[in-house]
Design a protein around this ligand. Sequence first.
Ligand code: HEM
Length: 346
Amino acid sequence: MEAFVHQRNPSSILEKRFDYLVLVPAAAAVAYPFLLMAFHAIVGTQAVTPSPLAIVGATFILATAFVVPFLGIALACRPAANPGSRRLAYASVVSPTIYVFLGVVQALVRSPIPDEIVWCVMWVAIVIWSQSARDTVALPAPAVGRWRVVHGVTAVVLCLYVLFHLTNHLFGLIGGPDAHAAVMKIGRVVYRSGIGEPLLVTTMLFQIGTGLYLAWRWSAAAQDFQRTYQVASGAYLSLFILGHMNSVFIYARSFLGIRTDWNFAIGAPTGLIHDAWNIRLLPHYALGVFFVLSHLASGLRVVLIAHGVDRRGADRLWAAGVAMSIIVSTAIISGMCGVRIGALAS
Ligand code: HEM
């Protein structure tokens, strides 16, 4: 049953003041492409050794860009936020992947309007929508039991592909493009087969649909940090996978007619770091890997608690999962940026 009670929220009657904190996630999201532009202005297009000051400045700016989604998660936890403001905060979590999606769609439609302008207009529209949404009171835990089970079961199936796919990318760090290509060749026999690929894409789309539905329902009311994190990481993943499949199937394979190999992934020949467009792929991929693994850890935590595992133990396991997600994400991105384990050892 629908968890909303369509009546005016008593707090909104008493409190007519505008909540300025609402604008913080939107302002952070608007600033996001400009942070990447500032990063590019410092590192430039040449792989020359930068000055220590340039390294510190560029690192600080990139780190600030990474703060945007986490600021969104923190603001989505606010109990005082109305549903529109909370969903706005969740939307800002998704901004690194939406910015890539937007860039690809802009290229597909050969838009003459710069991405940054479309981006700013889009965020103004999202703010207006979020604040004009009907102010409803929602039950803290919506009745979505069956959908949660279905979403969890398909996640287990998709795990097989995701774990293979991420291991495949880790081979870039270990053995470079050749090792990555060799592992991909083996995997493609299954996931790009006549049965495997349609099955994978359909299941992914189903997962996105159920994930977005659950995120919409849970985002109606304030949740504890763990639930907010689970909803936010799931929202990121839904848009990440949709945009990623658009890039692979429509943009690369159909529109450009290029192979979706290592060079495609790292934005060769310029790479991820020194290209004004490609730099947006760095947070997009890093957070994609981080959120998919930590979202799985969040799901496991819920299942364990539901089966009687002590909450503190489940939380500790979740924290270990998050730490592992950071390590795997850093390893994959390092490999994509040219780091090789063999080179580090010698
Ligand atoms: C560093 C992060 C990632 C990179 C660089 C990356 C890159 C790629 C590349 C190059 C392909 C084409 C594969 C091929 O031609 O055989 C691909 C396909 C795909 N990726 Fe990723 N990926 C990443 C993360 C993810 C994650 C986290 C997911 C899911 C949660 C995902 C889902 C998919 C799917 C569904 C396909 C389509 C598979 C097919 O070709 O049939 N990717 N990815």
